[in-house]
Design a protein. Structure first.
Length: 137
């Protein structure tokens, strides 16, 4: 997985998967298992569409990179973008929750092992409690 800029994402026409909460949990599990020495967080947050409409989104953060899944040329793949560019590209608001391994275990247990979102403010901005609302991005 190569680190990309936000301009690369735009030029390559990376599209949303519509399953960002599931995707982020999968990526987080891989990074947490394989790189335990580097802190890795599962992140749920509120982003803004181009028209200013808020939506819930999920991704992974480690060090100064954000990792997420997208669709490029019909294939789902993982992308890595420097955090400031990711936050700017997705218009991430200040409403972000970073879950550590311990946080995740608590929330997963409380919410019947669903990938998320777990908190009402994020659930409210999804389609049927899933990440489908991000597909407008």
């Amino acid at each position: 997985m190569a680190t990309m800029s936000s301009k690369d994402l735009q030029d390559l026409k990376v599209l949303p998967t519509g399953t960002c909460f599931d995707d982020a949990l999968f990526l987080w599990a891989i990074f947490t298992k394989n790189t335990r020495a580097i802190p890795c967080y599962l992140v749920h947050g509120i982003c803004l569409h181009a028209d200013g409409t808020p939506y819930s989104h999920a991704w992974v953060e480690r060090v100064d990179l954000c990792i997420f899944s997208g669709i490029m040329q019909g294939e789902k793949m993982a992308f890595e973008v420097p955090q400031p560019e990711f936050y700017d590209y997705f218009k991430v608001t200040d409403d972000v929750t970073k879950y550590s391994t311990e946080d995740f275990l608590l929330f997963e247990d409380l919410h019947e092992r669903k990938a998320g979102p777990w908190e009402e403010r994020y659930i409210a901005l999804t389609t049927d409690g899933k990440a489908g609302a991000a597909s407008k991005a």
